[in-house]
Design a protein around this ligand. Structure first.
Ligand code: NAD
Ligand code: ZN
Length: 361
């Protein structure tokens, strides 16, 4: 079991990373004196694999636990599901001493996190992420929330967990497409922050793809460390946290242009990183050989281009709507080198269509 810490003063919390460790969660919660009783919030797909395991672990530690199972999917990350969970918790007579355990991917983490942030003005939260994306990204940093019909993540709150519990064994039941999504965020961490980590990923990509637990633990550890460092420096998002948007400005536009159905978020980010690395090169920030190395690596992550028939102009339009448009200027995170990123509004706009075309080719 590996441990690291998200350093936020009195709200600091540990991240535990292990394999086949779900059964030990109950004992640890007792040790850390998290809550007096628990509500596990999960979805039907995750519940089928891990619901019983987590309840058994809490029961073995003599901790009282209930489980609330919601429907699977981003479209259920909304106020209706949120309200249903709150009603269920009130019916179960949950109180301020109850802690929420979010067992699932980022959708569950965001939804259950928002429940914990707001139920009786805030109760304790434990993140138990079960997708690679949630393990390296969504479960850390304290952003919680739900979608509104007019926009994704439009309703939410900052609410840091008491601890994060990562069991890489849960990844064995994850669809391969979801592994790719997690790898995209992992590659992003290396590209914006750590050249040596990038070299590790270049070497160990085949191991990560076949879910070698030793390689996974190393990558998850380093990615959590990078996200934790950035969050600790800049909890409420500005300069540093913005670097985590590498690949995301063009990525979001691709997601939107595909009607949020054709591409998963991580898949879009993967393509977005290719396009933004291309622009970094065109802006004379990134050297040609570094760009080629990035390109070779990103293209080794197996992915189908799923945007056939979508005009580049639509992607450009979607980009103009991006919330990062500030004072009419679209800011991008570009790379200066492998492991070094910067935010800039000074980039060659006329090269954008070619960059998108390149990423999709
Ligand atoms: N709060 C943040 O900082 C943050 C950061 C990134 C993303 N997010 C949010 O996270 C969400 C995306 O998260 P995601 O990519 O994890 O998607 P997800 O939660 O929808 O999970 C993907 C799919 O995998 C299934 N699944 C989860 N764990 C499984 C397992 N171990 N075995 C089998 N199936 C499993 C889920 O049921 C779902 O069908 C988005 O809503 C996004 O807004 C939040
Ligand atoms: Zn992302």
């Amino acid at each position: 079991m590996e441990t690291l810490k998200v350093d936020l003063g009195s709200r600091s919390y540990p991240i535990f990373i292990g394999t086949d460790s779900l059964a030990q969660l109950g004992e640890l919660l007792k040790l850390y004196k998290v809550g007096e009783r628990f509500v596990v919030i999960t979805n039907a797909a995750v519940d089928r694999h891990y619901g019983e395991k987590i309840l058994a672990s809490l029961e073995a530690a003599r901790l009282r636990a209930d489980k609330i199972v919601v429907a699977d999917g981003e479209r259920h990350k909304n106020l209706k599901t949120y309200e249903r969970i709150l009603s269920e918790m009130l019916r179960l007579h949950c109180d301020r001493q109850t802690a929420v355990i979010a067992l699932g991917g980022g959708v569950i983490g965001d939804l259950a996190g928002f429940v914990a942030a707001t139920f009786m003005r805030g109760i304790e939260l434990v993140q138990a992420p079960t997708t690679l994306l949630a393990q390296v990204d969504a479960s850390i940093g304290g952003k919680t929330g739900v979608n509104h019909p007019l926009g994704k993540n439009m309703i939410g709150a900052f609410h840091q967990p008491r601890l994060v519990w990562i069991d890489t064994a849960t990844l064995t039941t994850l669809p391969p497409r979801e592994i790719v999504c997690g790898l995209a965020e992992i590659a992003k961490h290396a590209l914006i922050r750590d050249r040596r980590y990038f070299e590790f990923l270049e070497t160990r990509l085949p191991d990560l793809l076949r879910l070698d637990h030793e390689a996974l633990i190393k990558a998850i550890h380093r990615s959590c460390e990078i996200k934790a460092e950035i969050v600790a420096q800049d909890e409420r998002e500005s300069a540093q946290r913005a670097l985590l948007n590498f690949g995301h400005t063009i990525g979001h536009a691709l997601e939107a242009a595909g009607g949020f159905r054709r591409l998963r978020h991580g898949e879009a980010v993967l393509l977005g990183m290719l396009a933004e690395a291309y622009l970094s090169c065109e802006a004379d920030l990134l050297a040609g050989d570094a760009f080629t190395r990035i390109e070779n690596f990103l293209k080794r992550i197996p992915q189908k281009r799923r945007l056939e028939g979508i005009p580049i102009s639509l992607v450009e339009q979607c980009m103009a709507f991006d919330k990062k448009v500030k004072h009419g200027q679209l800011r991008l995170v570009l790379l200066r080198d492998i492991g070094e990123a910067m935010v800039t509004s000074d980039w060659p706009r006329e090269k954008l269509p070619r960059a998108i075309e390149y990423a999709l080719s």
